[in-house]
Design a protein around this ligand. Structure first.
Ligand code: PAP
Length: 347
């Protein structure tokens, strides 16, 4: 049974079983291996290799997850996806979306999130899809079903992107680089040589990192949000840090669950902001050393505490030289030119 679902959701959770599974598995494995063999490769941050699949660098496991999503995931018009490039704020948004959707269900003093942490609040589809292999049935999740993904907009099936709502969060790429290098270094196989910061920097600037290029990821969602603002809410980590209550109200309205005047009087917005703050979540037992873990694949198990590091804007200043900073800012300016989006402007 999955580690990602709420206990009370698990009670309704039925993975579909397939007869003659071994035979099907062997056939699938062969065609999947054949596909990987045809894809361009480069150095991975966590594992040895990443594969360029339809313009994005993916680990072999998530290529498999993506194929399974295309084949088996049944989107519902009420589904809401949380999407982000890695280290842009998924953990925070997971908490905020879950707390918003379930605000009538739990007391803030005895909230489900306090026991489980945000990571377990709803499924991370990219890997969850094959955790309960071969096909996970999500039909019995409460409505709206919430899912998280790191996949680029263009990689997801149009059945999902044309049907479901998306909350997208992005962040200054310089802070993303620092956060991702720390996180991936912890997860990197001990059998591999460590990835030096300078090497990670070069790879990042060249677009080579899991789910990257970063800029193409952001632009894909940005353009889609411009075309269909009712379908995609585009948020920035820095805005959320500056004015969390304002951004939370936008989020709730987009989810179709706007706060009422009465709720605002009762300070529900402030309660949710406090519940989901870095300070509160990172100090929970479940998110500390020896607390909970997330099982992404049979081999990739990550402690909850790894999702909380500093939670600040501008930590890149402790790592990047002026020259390094200028190079990333110039790439960002060039890539986002004429898009109307600005990101990571340093005042
Ligand atoms: P993921 O891509 O692995 O899911 P994600 O949650 O998107 O990670 O990003 C983690 C970053 O968000 C970390 O940033 P840092 O390395 O710069 O510190 C983490 O500290 C930060 N973070 C986690 N929870 C919160 C929160 N509640 N508020 C603000 N930042 C947070």
């Amino acid at each position: 049974m999955s580690t990602y679902l709420l206990p009370d959701q698990n009670a309704y959770f039925h993975p579909t079983s397939i007869n003659d599974e071994n035979h099907i598995q062997t056939e699938k494995q062969e065609s999947y291996n054949n596909l990987l063999a045809t894809l361009p490769k480069d150095k991975g941050w966590r594992s040895e290799t990443v594969f360029l699949y339809k313009g994005f660098w993916l680990s072999s496991q998530v290529v498999r997850g993506l194929l399974l999503i295309h084949k088996h995931f049944n989107p519902q018009p009420t589904d809401i996806f949380l999407s982000a490039f890695m280290k842009c704020g998924t953990t925070w948004l997971k908490a905020l979306m879950f707390a918003t959707a379930n605000r009538h269900r739990y007391k803030f003093s005895d909230h489900h999130l306090l026991r489980t942490g945000p990571q377990s609040a709803f499924p991370f589809l990219d890997t969850h899809i094959f955790l309960d292999h071969p096909i996970t049935n999500f039909d019995h999740l409460p409505v709206p079903r919430l899912f998280a993904t790191h996949f680029a907009h263009g990689l997801l099936p149009t059945s999902i992107t044309s049907t479901c709502k998306f909350v997208y969060v992005c962040r200054d790429p310089k802070d993303v680089l620092i956060s991702k290098w720390h996180f991936m270094s912890k997860l990197r196989s001990k059998e591999l040589a460590p990835l030096s910061f300078n090497e990670a920097y070069e790879l990042f600037c060249n677009g080579v990192s899991e789910y990257g290029p970063f800029w193409d990821h952001v632009l894909g969602y940005w353009k889609a949000s411009q075309e269909s603002p009712d379908k995609i809410l585009f948020l920035k980590y820095e805005d959320m840090k500056r004015e969390p209550a304002v951004e939370l109200k936008k989020l709730a309205a987009f989810m179709g669950m706007a706060f009422t005047a009465e709720e605002e009087d009762q300070k529900v917005v402030e309660e949710i902001v406090k519940l989901c703050s870095f300070e509160n979540l990172s100090n929970l037992e479940v998110n500390k050393d020896g607390g909970g873990v997330q099982m992404f694949t049979e081999k990739v198990v990550v402690e909850n505490q790894e999702f909380f590091r500093k939670g600040k804007v501008g930590d890149w200043k402790n790592y990047l030289t002026e020259e390094m900073k200028d190079r990333i800012d110039n790439i960002t300016a060039e890539k986002l030119k004429n898009s109307g989006l600005t990101l990571g402007i340093t005042k």
